[in-house]
Design a protein around this ligand. Structure first.
Ligand SMILES: *Cc1c(COP(=O)(O)O)cnc(C)c1O
Length: 465
């Protein structure tokens, strides 16, 4: 039998959980137009909307916060932050930004443009938006296995190397750089193998194209390499991370994920000329290069968090507790995307609610019911986000109808998760009785944030006299 994997920390500050009645939650959800983004956090018991910026900081991080040197230029905290990033990544230039998308904004303002194409496994949505904003093309080259929720491939974040090679052969001059997202957020938090990263590095750098990592969840990715890739189990996550970063020429990072902070990020680069231009742009929109978009205390907390997230006991707990939620949900009648990724569990809502068609948003229906029944907040990733109407009025649903439960780092305990599974089991038992939703307001962009919904009207049953 496997020993119980326990939370490798004890709790020093606590925050009460909201406990509302179903009637109170119904009132909140009604006001929000059945959109969980519109529900106040104080009406949520278990908040799995996102893992971004939700981490609980450690005593080491909080004490680093107190030591921060907030000097405008040349602060001690920047020196510590720069050293922490260089020790891990090895890149020459470290440019702090207020979060990941600010690093992307600066990078792609410098290299993207009309006629340019930037390949990746899957671009995260802010990365794609920043590339396209400048007129460039963001191209996803993930392997085919990624789109099948039940395919057990251990590295569903991998790049299709043949397609990358072909692209490089045909459009070498149009590719200012190539990227890989670790782990692959848009395809379920799935990892990329070391072997695949070596392949991408060889293809791109072999012809002089810079290779950058979107490294928000680098630590989780390194843990999966250690656990799943032949020949890697004897290495420390730090050692694997050093090799991963050495295969690339730089990275963009949102500190709100594996750096275990609530705000912060950075761009790191080897190229002197590009770094000089990036710093000049940084001053325009973020701040002076020794603080960028952050306060010194953010930099201190990130410096500690970047290294804490590579501790094996933390990563083992992180991966096992995410899988624990997925296994629990499977045991009470849900299907989830397999294998379980690092930061989230994705429920297959189509499998649970086959009687609700895509145009009645089965993922949104399930997300709402999990909230109404248990105060559980999740996020639909299905036809609300990706559904479209054709010019002749036909509805084309998303490829998959998923509900994502993203797990904040070091926040919830095993008994919280046990309770979530219990509540979800009760929802699953009543799944056949759930009714569809229609959209009463659909904004032109990013409809999941501000769209509104109402129940579909069903005709009254005709009773035989
Ligand atoms: C969150 C995220 C970003 C953007 O970072 P922000 O800090 O939210 O701006 C970029 N890429 C990936 C893979 C992410 O998960």
């Amino acid at each position: 039998m496997c020993p119980v994997i326990f939370e490798p920390f004890k709790i020093k500050a606590v925050e009460p959980l909201a406990q509302l009645t179903r009637a109170e939650r119904e009132a909140h959800l009604e006001r929000a137009g059945s959109n969980l983004f519109g529900v106040p956090a104080e009406a949520v018991t278990f908040d799995f909307l996102t893992d971004s910026g939700q981490a609980a900081m450690s005593t080491e991080q909080w004490s680093a916060v107190m030591k921060a040197d907030e000097s405008y230029a040349g602060s001690r905290s920047f020196a510590r932050f720069e050293r922490a990033v260089k020790d891990l990544c090895g890149y020459k230039h470290v440019i702090p930004t207020h979060q990941g998308r600010a690093a992307e904004r600066i990078l792609f303002a410098l290299v993207s443009g009309p006629g340019k194409v930037i390949p990746s496994n899957c671009h995260f949505d802010t990365t794609r938006a920043n590339i396209e904003y400048g007129g460039g093309e963001a191209l996803d080259l993930v392997i085919d296995e990624a789109s099948d929720p039940s395919n057990p491939h251990p590295f569903k974040g991998n790049v299709n190397l043949e397609r990358l090679e072909r692209l490089v052969r045909e459009r070498r001059a149009d590719i200012p750089l190539g990227m890989v997202t670790i782990t692959n957020n848009s395809a379920g938090g799935q990892p990329v193998s070391l072997e695949n990263l070596r392949g991408v590095s060889r293809i791109l750098r072999g012809v002089g194209i810079p290779f950058l990592l979107d490294a928000c969840r680098f630590a989780e990715n390194c843990w999966f390499i250690r656990e799943r890739e032949p020949g890697q189990s004897h290495r420390t996550p730090f050692d694997i991370a050093r090799e991963v970063f050495s295969l690339a020429d730089g990275c963009t990072v949102s500190g709100k994920k594996d750096a275990l902070v609530n705000m912060g990020g950075f761009l790191a680069l080897d190229d002197d000329a590009l770094a000089l231009r990036a710093r000049n742009l940084l001053i325009l929109t973020e701040g002076f290069p020794t603080y960028g978009g952050c306060s010194a205390r953010d930099l201190e907390a990130m410096a500690v968090g970047l290294h804490e997230s590579l501790e094996p006991s933390y990563l083992e707990y992180r991966a096992r507790s995410t899988a624990y939620l997925a296994d629990g949900l499977e045991s009470v009648g849900y299907r989830t995307v397999r294998p379980t990724g690092g930061h989230a569990v994705y429920i297959d809502a189509r499998a649970l609610l086959p009687h609700i068609p895509p145009e009645q948003y089965p993922g949104q229906v399930l997300a709402c019911e999990l909230y109404l029944h248990g105060g559980i907040r999740s996020c639909e990733i299905g036809s609300v986000m990706f559904g479209k109407r054709t010019s002749d009025g036909r509805f084309v649903g998303a490829r998959n109808e998923l509900v994502r439960l993203a797990i904040p780092r070091r926040v919830y305990t095993q008994s919280h998760i046990d309770r979530v599974v219990e509540l979800a089991a009760e929802v699953a038992q009543r799944a056949r009785g759930l009714r569809g939703l229609r959209m009463t307001y659909r904004p032109d962009y990013l409809p999941h944030f501000t769209g509104r919904f109402a129940p579909v009207e069903v005709p009254e049953p005709v009773l035989n006299a």
